[in-house]
Each structure stands twice: as structure tokens, then as C-alpha cells.
Design a protein around this ligand. Structure first.
Ligand SMILES: Cc1ncc(COP(=O)(O)O)c(C=O)c1O
Length: 396
């Protein structure tokens, strides 16, 4: 028997990272010493006090083994609200303006389902984290790709979005600190412009702030919700995956516009029960004790960033140090870039055992770049740079 999946599955672009994953497995099976800088999957363990809280809760509080509350337990939502106030000076109601998520990826995909009718238009950054594009397509919507270009510091030029598109669009996705470009918002003027644009065209702003805490060199990432009027037009997604190295725990949250949150909550209540209660309890403990462990994590990423940039520079590959995220966004040097970022990434993993994310995997404007995730020990970067130099046969 042959079962045919829904047409919308065929509309999704090929998942380029699965090609790299497959080559990574092949490299492992050939006993190549793999240096995995591909996926943004933190290698650091979750801080001890969060793990302790989880173990203690699971062992001693069997009530937490029951179904959780889909929107998140009140204690979790209160902790989010307190953290938001303390971190951003923004007040969000734990009752009406916050819900928990099974990771922000889940939340973004379900938000698309909850708000897009077939044919509705959403404005998606290119390059961008793939779930924005895929979430829109799975909901039957149409994507308008908004280029993020180096010459504009990877901020979109909202005035270049055609009037016809802006009038039709229902959602615009933004993400700063940005994956994959590592760009940040430097002052409040950009988000103010976003609010004006959203009000003018009646567009929902979805700001993904998954990297708000992974910042360096005294840079502090803002919340979109700090912008006057932001709550009337949008909401902001947050993740525990990078902040507390909890990618496998699957928990995040979204805060902002009460009406949007209510519809998302309604949609989610039909399809999931939320993150397990014991995970919510451990995660909220993380939020309450956020300072020290985040500082330590950022020191580690900053050290890796500096080390790898220095090693790459020694072989002639210059990369601008990012102020945030645990990535380097690197322009593929020289003639080899003509083959394209996928071919270059395939060559890297096959010949050197180094896994990276090809820029094209984030959209056509990502072509010509690769993204290195700083998710391996510092002492691997010297070797990684030497292998790249050897592959290219000369300094880049
Ligand atoms: C921009 C961005 N948003 C969301 C996520 C996913 O976060 P979560 O693990 O909370 O689903 C990622 C993960 O890499 C990301 O880069």
C-alpha cells in the first residue's frame, strides 16, 4: 500500500541540514574525527541547580507526573512575568500575556496554524531560521521573502517591501540577535520603525528573541516589547535552549499581545498539553537564578569565538566577531565560493570531518556563507582551521 502525504509537505523546501547530517553519520562510520560545528545544539550541560531541581521534583513530587496545564502552570507564568520585569523593565500579565511552549520552534509553527488562512501572506526574513518559512507553508500561507543584507547590517529595509505585499501581509517575523547572521539591534530606532510599519498595515509582529541572553562585550539585547506600542501589535518568543543550555528539555515561552496569546493558547490546547510540569518547575528555577550561570556560559562562548576567529585569521579567513549568539557567520572565501555553500559544506564534512551549516539552508540570501556553531571545546578550533587550510591547499 502507498500512502500519499498531504500536498503541503511537498511544498516544503528540501531540508538541507539533513544532507549534512547524513554526511556526518557517514564520516563517523568511516571513523573520521568529526568536529561538529553544524547545528546550534549547545554542548554545555544544563546548569547543575536546574538539573538538581528537576531530579528532586520528579522523585519527590509525583503530582508533577500528571498532565501539565497546556498554557503553563501559574507559577511558571509568574516567574516569566517577574523575569521580564527585571530583565527588560516590561510588565506582562502572567494570566493573559504569557504562555509556556514546548520550545519556541513549536510555538512559532502553531502560531502560523492559529492565524493564517490558506493564501494569507507572511513576511519572512531571508536568511532566517527555517521554521518561519516552513510554519507559513504548513499553514497554507504564502511567503514574502524579506532580504537581510550585509550592507544593511542584516536589518530589513521595511520601506522596500512593496505596498501591495504590506497591505496583504498578516504576519512579519523578526529575530534579533539573529540566527544565522548574528546581527543585533543597536538602538531603539529599528523596533520603533517596526511598530509604525505594523500599525500602518495592520500586521502582527512576531519577534523571536531566542538569543536574548547569549551576548558578549557588554552588549545587552533589548526586548521588542520595550518599544512603545509593541504590545498592541505583537509578541515575543523566548527559549531556554540556549540561555540555559536546555535544548533537549523542550521548553520556551511567548509573551505579548493578549488577543494573540489567547488564540495561540486555544489552538495549542487542541494539539498538546505543554511541557511537563517538572520541566516547567526546573526551568522557572533557572529564570529566578539567571545571573551567574548565564555569565559563565557567555564567557565560554566568547572565548571560543575569539579563539576560532584568531585561528581562521591565521589561515587568511577573516570573520567579524559577533556581539551575540553562539555562531560565526562567515563569507566563503575565494574561488571555492562559486560552487555554492552546500557544495562547500559537503566538501568540508567529507574531506575534513568538519560539519557546518551551509548558508543556503537559511534561504537564498544566505548563499555564499557558512554558519559555524561554537558548540565544541576551544581546543578543537586550531585543528579545524588547519584542516580547512589543508583542504584548500593554501591559505584562503
Ligand atoms: C532563532 C531561533 N529561534 C528558535 C529556535 C528554537 O528554539 P527552541 O529550542 O526553543 O524551540 C532556534 C534554535 O536554534 C533559533 O535559532
Amino acid at each position: 500500500m502507498k500512502f500519499i502525504p498531504a500536498r503541503k509537505l511537498n511544498k516544503l523546501p528540501p531540508y538541507i541540514f539533513s544532507r549534512i547530517n547524513q554526511l556526518k553519520l557517514e564520516a563517523h562510520s568511516k571513523k573520521l574525527d568529526v568536529i561538529d560545528l553544524g547545528m546550534g545544539n549547545p554542548d554545555l550541560p544544563t546548569p547543575e541547580h536546574i538539573v538538581e531541581r528537576l531530579c528532586d521534583t520528579v522523585r519527590h513530587h509525583p503530582r508533577t507526573h500528571r498532565y501539565p496545564q497546556a498554557k503553563g502552570m501559574p507559577k511558571f507564568r509568574r516567574a516569566v512575568s517577574e523575569w521580564f520585569e527585571k530583565r527588560f523593565g516590561v510588565s506582562v500579565s502572567p494570566e493573559k500575556e504569557v504562555i509556556s511552549l514546548i520550545g519556541s520552534k513549536e510555538g512559532v509553527a502553531h502560531l502560523c496554524m492559529a492565524f493564517l488562512n490558506p493564501g494569507d501572506v507572511a513576511i519572512v526574513p531571508d536568511p532566517g531560521y527555517p521554521v518561519y518559512y516552513n510554519g507559513v507553508v504548513l499553514a497554507g500561507g504564502r511567503v514574502y521573502k524579506m532580504p537581510l543584507l550585509a550592507e544593511n547590517n542584516y536589518l530589513p529595509q521595511l520601506h522596500k517591501i512593496p505596498e501591495k505585499v504590506a497591505r496583504k501581509a498578516k504576519i512579519i517575523f523578526l529575530n534579533y540577535p539573529n540566527n544565522p547572521t548574528t546581527a543585533v539591534v543597536e538602538d531603539e530606532s529599528f523596533f520603533k520603525e517596526v511598530v509604525r510599519f505594523a500599525k500602518k498595515y495592520n500586521i502582527m509582529v512576531v519577534h523571536d528573541n531566542a538569543y536574548s541572553e547569549i551576548t558578549f562585550d557588554r552588549y545587552v539585547a533589548p526586548s521588542f516589547l520595550q518599544t512603545p506600542g509593541a504590545k498592541s501589535v505583537g509578541l515575543e518568543f523566548h527559549s531556554f535552549s540556549k540561555t540555559f543550555s536546555m535544548a533537549g528539555w523542550r521548553i520556551g515561552f511567548v509573551a505579548g499581545n493578549e488577543n494573540i496569546i489567547a488564540s495561540l493558547e486555544k489552538f495549542k490546547s487542541f494539539v498538546d498539553y505543554g511541557s511537563p510540569t517538572f520541566i516547567q518547575l526546573a526551568a522557572l528555577h533557572g529564570l529566578k537564578e539567571a545571573g551567574g550561570c548565564i555569565r559563565e556560559t557567555n564567557e565560554i562562548y566568547a572565548r571560543r569565538r575569539d579563539r576560532f576567529i584568531a585561528e581562521l585569521s591565521k589561515i587568511g579567513w577573516e570573520v567579524t566577531p559577533p556581539k551575540a549568539t553562539m555562531y560565526l557567520w562567515a563569507k566563503i572565501p575565494g574561488k571555492i565560493s562559486a560552487a555554492g555553500s552546500l557544495a562547500f559544506s559537503e566538501l568540508l564534512i567529507k574531506e575534513t570531518g568538519i560539519a557546518v551549516a551551509p548558508g543556503i539552508g537559511f534561504g537564498k540570501y544566505g548563499e555564499g556563507y557558512v554558519r559555524f556553531a561554537l558548540v565544541t571545546h576551544d581546543n578543537r578550533f586550531h585543528d579545524a582551521a588547519l584542516r580547512i587550510k589543508k583542504l584548500l591547499g593554501h591559505p584562503v
